[in-house]
Ligand binder design. Structure first.
Ligand code: ZN
Length: 180
């Protein structure tokens, strides 16, 4: 996982829980990297999951809730850094459709093995989109949080139905997004 993700996680914990919580988490995890993250460098997924586990314990927040909240915070962090991607898309669903073909395509150009999830979208109607997510990391809740962040950015209300899930024995997750 790219250092940028770790940096934004660190920001979220410091902003929402305080620097002492982050320090406590580092004391518990003792990350191999020493927690000095460079945004383009790769760090182990294991380290990220250990950090998330320790934050969850420290705050008494379930991991699932934390991962989704992080997705939302991550959207804002990435959107501040790379605003051109939302600027280029007129609507929330068009933005979701552009993630694989536009954003991830750019990431693939920049990095050799970015380890991105596989994403496919199927537009069922003007206001309904199905997002098909596949990744060995099974971070569909992170995707849900990113989607929530994007919807807020576009000022849109929506419902999300996780109709299939890798955590429920499927080989992919299907998220049906209906904009109201
Ligand atoms: Zn899922």
């Amino acid at each position: 996982m790219k250092g940028a993700i770790f940096i934004i996680l660190n920001q979220m914990v410091e902003e929402q829980a305080g620097v002492e919580v982050w320090e406590q988490v580092l004391k518990t995890v003792k990350p191999k990297s020493g927690a000095i993250y460079t945004s383009v460098e790769d760090y182990s997924d294991e380290e990220l999951f250990e950090l998330v586990g320790a934050i969850s314990q420290c705050l008494g927040t379930p991991t699932e809730v934390l991962i989704e909240a992080f997705g939302e915070f991550l959207f804002d962090g990435l959107n501040k850094k790379y605003p051109m991607f939302t600027e280029a898309q007129g609507t929330f669903l068009e933005f979701v459709e552009s993630v694989d073909g536009v954003i991830h395509k750019e990431v693939r150009k920049l990095y050799l093995r970015p380890n991105l999830p596989s994403l496919e979208t199927v537009r069922l109607s003007d206001n309904v989109l199905e997002l098909i997510y596949k990744s060995p990391r099974k971070l569909c809740l992170l995707a849900e949080g990113l989607i929530r962040g994007a919807a807020k950015h576009y000022g849109v209300s929506y419902e999300l139905e996780h109709t299939e899930c890798m955590h429920r024995g499927r080989d992919q997750c299907v998220m049906k997004i209906t904009v109201s």
